[in-house]
Design a protein around this ligand. Structure first.
Ligand SMILES: [Zn+2]
Ligand SMILES: [Zn+2]
Ligand SMILES: [Zn+2]
Ligand SMILES: [Zn+2]
Length: 297
């Protein structure tokens, strides 16, 4: 073998090896792509809002195990994952933040958390407010509207509402900070969907030509009576000086019935009509209304 031939074979072998290596890489690349698209495809996204009254601490339970959780700012509300499904949120100062959970069954849940000193309860209801700091005392400004009772362990208090109105609840925490919560005793809006306009299908029209078929002379004059060949021959016998120079009643225009165009090959647009070609669907127009007071949103 000559030296140049050896070099040629070496190059061929190298080329084949490169091809084999490239081919072996392809399945890996596509497998990675599949994994990436899968991890961003959520079955659903749900947004919820959680309100905290003052230094209230709440445990929020997710509908499935948490695979991933990310927290927004921790300055208004302290948030932490407490167990596989539970997230504990604690009000620090008024403001809002959020956390986002991806569950193991691929649901995405965005939870807005609002720390506020105002809250609403319906009349004749009881609510236990757990706090993230021990309490020294709680007091209601109007016990006819709502009463408050400190728990023995001083880690919570119970609010019991009676009648509609606004009540100030003074809370002193173990660090001696005093906070006034404003409780509005009112019905809580019960939203229902009101349909303003039912869904409807709007017809879509198109102008379509109305077509008739007519036998006609070259100038367009209809000659339907001359549509069949027998009638044409008879016409020529009577009127055509070309076919029958001695015809009894020559046509003044000197026409021949053979010039008549047959109806089957002479469509004539005689007008236009509106024809429904489809429909456009419109969704119902709705709004939300409170079933108790009629408030809208
Ligand atoms: Zn209402
Ligand atoms: Zn003729
Ligand atoms: Zn429809
Ligand atoms: Zn409306």
């Amino acid at each position: 073998m000559k030296k140049s031939e050896t070099g040629f074979i070496t190059r061929i072998v190298t080329l084949i090896m490169v091809c084999v290596m490239a081919l072996s890489l392809i399945p890996n690349v596509s497998a990675n792509a599949a994994t990436t698209s899968k991890s961003t495809a959520y079955k659903s996204t749900k947004t919820m809002t959680c309100y905290l009254a003052g230094r209230e601490r709440k445990t929020i339970t997710m509908p499935a195990d948490i695979a991933k959780i990310s927290f927004g700012s921790q300055s208004a509300v302290k948030m932490r994952k407490a167990s596989s499904r539970k997230v504990v949120v604690s009000g620090i100062r008024n403001g809002k933040t959020k956390f986002t959970v991806i569950t193991k069954d691929k649901r995405r849940i965005v939870c807005n958390v609002v720390r506020t000193t105002k809250f609403t309860m319906s009349p004749s209801k009881k609510r236990v407010i757990n706090t993230n700091i021990k309490l020294k005392y709680v007091k209601s400004s109007n016990t006819k509207l709502a009463t408050v009772k400190l728990a023995k362990n001083k880690k919570s208090f119970t609010v019991t509402t009676k009648k509609k109105g606004t009540v100030k609840i003074t809370v002193r925490y173990s660090n001696n900070k005093v906070e006034t919560l404003r409780l509005v005793v009112a019905h809580q809006h019960t939203w229902k969907t009101v349909v303003d306009k039912d869904e409807w299908d709007e017809p879509i029209y198109e102008e379509k030509p109305i077509i008739e078929y007519h036998a006609a002379w070259p100038d367009g004059t209809y000659a339907d009576e001359l549509d069949d060949s027998g009638a044409k021959v008879q016409w020529c016998i009577d009127h055509c000086i070309h076919c029958f120079p001695n015809c009894p009643d020559p046509d003044p225009a000197g026409r021949c019935a053979l010039q008549v165009c047959q109806s089957a090959s002479n469509p004539v647009i005689v007008g236009y009509e509106k024809v429904q070609t489809g429909t456009k669907h419109h969704n119902a127009v709705t709004h939300q209304e409170c079933t108790t007071c009629g408030a809208r949103k």
